[in-house]
Design a protein around this ligand. Structure first.
Ligand code: GAP
Length: 445
């Protein structure tokens, strides 16, 4: 994980937030390549969940909702972690995870194991960030930053049913920021206080719920495999009854083998009719499906939920590689081309040769109409290749002396390092085709 954090910092994927003021615990800002990679993850999720399907619509609900939403959902009373403070070292720990926490005293021990440790009783700590709406601060103005995007979907169920004229089974998909005042954030982007969730609520007839629950676990697993995560690093773990949330009839985590061990990448839950029933009771608006011939029922909900941050960390960890090529070490991100922030580099072999520069700039102008590409004429060609390897650029086109004679360029493959010559005029189509080809990581299963 340290290597990933350092690469992200060095190459401007991710910066600690508010750094010039000393930072703010576990919040991050995304630089150019981070933004590009996140955009790719977001749009590939949207493509699979909405664009390629007939049974899905999109939604973008507000971050600050009527606070009664969170009373109905159970978040005001139950979205808590048990917390203990140490009166000696002033650190705060999750009471249910002391075996993974470090006491502030040396030598390193778990909280409660040093003789000076003085832990308080556990108390429940609500993870929702509070704010106030309007000029007055008081009971009546209290509101919350949403801790999940899901509730924005449930409260719009009736709108979608009527206006989009949908009938179960159908889904509503949403991408947006969620906020949680995590007690023990950390492990880089894995557990942060502000993150971007991609959630989909799939409304189904109750007797089809189990079928769709299994269906969505399989769909989401195949999405990860499609974008290059190694199968040996992915697994599905079904929650035991004691582990499940209050709303859940069944939950499975798609886990990835992060450097911190097997951990939740995405959760797929069968939420039953909990949410629609709760909002019906609290709002007085009936959230049910009424069909032909007097059919009337509250749909059950299957929910795949994930954050872009957890996907990004998994993809970076999976892609990171170091190897020695011709006695020189290179760091390479073997990212799926669809995920790679930059799709191709355009490199004039000699940065001071006007003709090469002109050809390279013309190629860049052509390619950037369809793809994110990068022009680079700074330094030795080997160093330029390595700069692109480090950010995962799958292809590099080099304009050299031969280009000036016969209008061909060299294309270099990031993973195999193979080079071939192509007609300059054919590069846009070649790149378009190459980016569409199925891709498998050369790191193996
Ligand atoms: N609507 C259900 C829900 O929010 P969750 O398991 O609490 O369920 C869903 O969160 C997903 O959101 C997780 O699988 C994870 O991918 C992501 N997530 C949750 N908390 C996160 C955090 N603090 N930082 C980054 N991602 C987080």
């Amino acid at each position: 994980m340290d290597k990933i954090v350092s690469l992200c910092r060095r190459r401007g994927f991710v910066f600690p937030s508010s750094e010039i003021y000393g930072g703010l615990g576990s919040t991050y800002d995304y630089g150019h390549y981070g933004v590009l990679a996140k955009n790719n993850i977001r749009s590939l999720w949207f493509q699979a969940m909405v664009q390629e399907r007939d049974d899905m619509v999109a939604l973008d609900s507000a971050i600050i909702l009527n606070p009664r939403v969170w009373e109905a959902s159970g978040h005001v009373s139950g979205f808590t972690d048990p917390l203990v403070d140490c009166r000696t070292c002033k650190l705060r720990f999750r009471a249910d995870d002391l075996e993974h926490a470090q006491c502030g005293r040396k030598p390193s021990k778990h909280p409660g194991e040093h003789t000076e440790c003085d832990l308080t009783e556990a108390r429940q700590f609500n993870l929702m960030f509070q704010t106030h709406v309007g000029a007055l601060e008081g009971e009546g103005s209290l509101a919350y930053l949403r801790p999940e995007t899901a509730q924005g979907i449930f409260i719009n169920f009736k709108n979608v049913l009527q206006i989009a004229r949908r009938k179960p089974p159908f889904g509503i998909a949403q991408i947006g920021k969620s906020f949680r005042n995590e007690i023990t954030p950390g492990n880089f982007l894995f557990r942060v206080r502000e993150f971007e969730q991609m959630e989909m609520e799939f409304f189904v007839p109750p007797d089809e719920a189990d079928h769709w629950y299994r269906y969505w676990i399989d769909e989401r697993m195949s999405w990860y495999l499609r974008y290059g995560l190694r199968e040996s690093r992915l697994r599905v773990r079904e929650h035991g009854e004691e582990e499940r949330s209050h709303y859940s009839r069944a939950t499975s985590d798609i886990e990835y083998l992060y450097p911190i061990g097997w951990s939740e990448l995405e959760g797929v839950a069968n939420r039953g009719d909990y949410d629609l029933t709760q909002h019906t009771e609290h709002s007085g608006t009936k959230l049910e499906y009424v069909g032909e011939g007097g059919v009337r029922y509250t749909p059950w909900v299957i929910e795949p939920a994930v954050s872009i941050e957890r996907i990004l960390v998994a993809l970076l960890v999976d892609a990171y590689d170091e190897e020695v090529v011709a006695d020189r070490e290179r760091t390479v991100l073997r990212l799926h081309p669809a995920i790679a922030p930059v799709k191709a580099a355009i490199l004039p072999l000699i940065g001071k040769n006007d003709e090469m520069v002109a050809r390279a700039k013309a190629l860049q102008a052509e390619l950037r109409k369809r793809h994110i590409v990068e022009y680079d004429d700074g330094g030795a060609i080997g160093r330029r290749y390595r700069r692109q390897d480090e950010i995962g650029t799958p292809f590099a086109f080099t304009i050299d002396e031969q280009t000036l004679e016969d209008d061909t360029v060299t294309v270099r493959d990031r993973d195999s390092l193979a080079q071939e010559r192509l007609p300059l005029a054919g590069v846009p189509d070649w790149l378009g085709d190459a980016l569409e080809l199925p891709w498998k990581t050369p790191k193996g299963g």
